[in-house]
Design a protein around this ligand. Structure first.
Ligand SMILES: [Zn+2]
Length: 243
């Protein structure tokens, strides 16, 4: 393999050796891939922009034997970097949670176009004033679980199929929201309001996201449940952001 062109979003970036940065790109072509940007910590480095979190561009990679591929060029597609510069800490924290979850939900080098679409559409939502960042993060978590193959049910009891009214429970083993009768030993309570929020998020489309409005208490509880679901599904700690 000489060179490879990949469209990718930077989901993780860290200092590497003296002047380099090591990035993780999420791409529709090959899923998650790591690459090194050489010398980008120097002041006048041309590819500095390509090492920023949230950056979306076409990356030119050169393979190296026994090491990470090197980024040799990059053309910007979309300035998700505006999430940084927009001066909205709530959007920044929620968007960082989305990048972290993408990393935890995906193995290296496994293409998942649905996951990529879900990620890029959600990042676009963080640039809209009218979309609530916590709601966007919750929505991403529902869709990310689905793209990774975890189809949690939120519209009816995941165990017996009964209609869910008012307070219910969440049971990751049973596969979603369950009625009080079916809740197993590891299930936990879910208020009627959060249960309804979960149902709406699971049924919704991206076009509706700016119209979904939950109060702070509802969306916090909803995110807590979804974080627990993601933690169970991906077998790794998923930290809820607190902003
Ligand atoms: Zn039930």
């Amino acid at each position: 393999m000489d060179g490879q062109k990949l469209n990718g979003i930077v989901i993780r970036a860290a200092d590497y050796k003296d002047n380099d940065r090591l990035i993780k790109l999420y791409t529709p072509e090959v899923g998650k891939i790591q690459a090194v940007l050489r010398g980008v910590k120097r002041e006048k480095a041309k590819l500095k922009f390509a090492a920023q979190l949230f950056h979306f561009g076409e990356y030119m990679l050169a393979a190296r034997s026994g090491g990470f591929p090197t980024v040799t060029g990059c053309a910007s597609h979309e300035a998700f970097a505006g999430i940084y510069a927009g001066g909205r800490p709530d959007a920044y924290f929620a968007a960082s949670f989305v990048l972290d979850l993408t990393d935890k939900a995906t193995p290296d080098r496994e293409a998942n176009p649905e996951m990529f679409i879900c990620l890029s559409k959600t990042l676009r939502e963080f640039l809209k004033k009218e979309t609530d960042p916590k709601t966007a993060a919750a929505y991403f978590t529902v869709k990310c679980l689905r793209a990774a193959g975890y189809r949690y049910k939120f519209d009816e009891c995941a165990a017996c199929g009964a209609e869910l009214r008012g307070a219910r429970r969440f049971d990751a083993y049973a596969g979603g929201a369950v009625c009080p009768v079916c809740g197993g030993p590891y299930s936990f309570p879910v208020s009627g309001a959060a249960g309804n929020a979960l149902r709406l998020l699971a049924a919704g489309e991206f076009e509706d996201l700016s119209r979904l409005k939950f109060n702070e208490k509802e969306i916090r509880e909803t995110l807590k449940i979804l974080t627990a679901a993601a933690q169970y599904a991906f077998g790794t700690e998923v930290k809820m952001f607190d902003q």
